[in-house]
Design a protein around this ligand. Structure first.
Ligand code: NAP
Length: 234
């Protein structure tokens, strides 16, 4: 049966691969991103800044009016604004917290009443291994992604009895525009990864697909690292 899936940050990178994964499964995919671009096959694509509570609420309302209750939310939109903490501006801190953490909360809150009424749903947050590892230059990003774990686990307890699962996927290094901007060579990155390669967007999309599946109905409040072993044991 076709599900109604909303993916934020679906215009490129990991989000685009996740949207493509669900489209291939025959699902109805609504893509939200700042640019409003989306992979081919999305049923609806809207330009939304996830840091704006009212914009997210309006976009989800339109999606529900067009495609019915939301079965799956993948809150994937994220940014980095790296800098050493002592030189990090208020703006760098706030931008990253707003998009990564406020955006995840606004997106989840917007789909909750629809999922609660349906007594089923899957919420998947795109976290990172960074809060478990600690990354110099990413105090803002690691803090936002750590906050997402608290958000997910609290929400998981609030809605478990309604048949809704809430989990965090924590990728390591995945080959996208975000990692291209890191200024580190591929060799430097892969040297720290037990599997000896960066992740692909498809590696992450496959795990998101499983966590959102019917088969994963007993999995909630978990942080699942998709990192080639990078952060194992942390
Ligand atoms: P990316 O290629 O830079 O794509 C980021 C996506 O987020 C784009 O679709 C972008 O849309 C969207 N976005 C950014 N700010 C937004 C906002 N305010 N409102 C709506 N959409 C917004 O990044 P990526 O590597 O695919 O990362 C996707 C997610 O995975 C992020 O949450 C990131 O933190 C996480 N992650 C990535 C890695 C990695 O190694 N790549 C590792 C761990 C976690 P526009 O293009 O329209 O701006």
């Amino acid at each position: 049966m076709s599900r109604h899936v909303i993916v934020t940050g679906a215009s490129r990178g990991i989000g685009a691969a996740i949207a493509a994964h669900f489209i291939a499964e025959g699902d109805t995919v609504v893509a939200l991103s700042r640019s409003g671009e989306a992979p081919e096959g999305c049923a609806l694509s809207l330009a939304v800044d996830v840091a704006s509570s009212s914009s997210v609420a309006a976009a989800v309302k339109s999606a529900i009016e067009l495609h019915g209750p939301v079965d799956v939310l993948v809150a994937n939109a994220g940014i980095t604004r790296d800098g050493l903490a002592m030189r990090m501006s208020d703006e760098q801190w706030r931008d990253v917290m707003s998009t990564n953490l406020d955006g995840a909360f606004f997106s989840a809150r917007a789909v909750l009443s629809s999922m609660i009424r349906a007594r089923s749903g899957r919420i998947v947050f795109m976290g990172s291994v960074s809060p478990f590892y600690g990354v110099p230059g990413q105090a803002n990003y690691a803090a936002a992604k750590a906050g997402m774990v608290g958000l997910a686990r609290s929400l998981a307890r609030e809605v478990a009895s309604r048949g809704i699962t809430v989990n965090v996927i924590a990728p390591g290094f995945v080959d996208t525009e975000m990692t291209a901007a890191l200024g580190t060579t591929t060799e430097e990155i892969t040297a720290s990864i037990p599997m000896g390669r960066m992740g692909t967007t498809a590696d992450v999309a496959a795990i998101v697909g499983f966590v959102a599946s019917e088969a994963a109905g007993y999995l909630t409040g978990q942080v699942i690292a998709v990192d080639g072993g990078l952060a194992m044991g942390l």
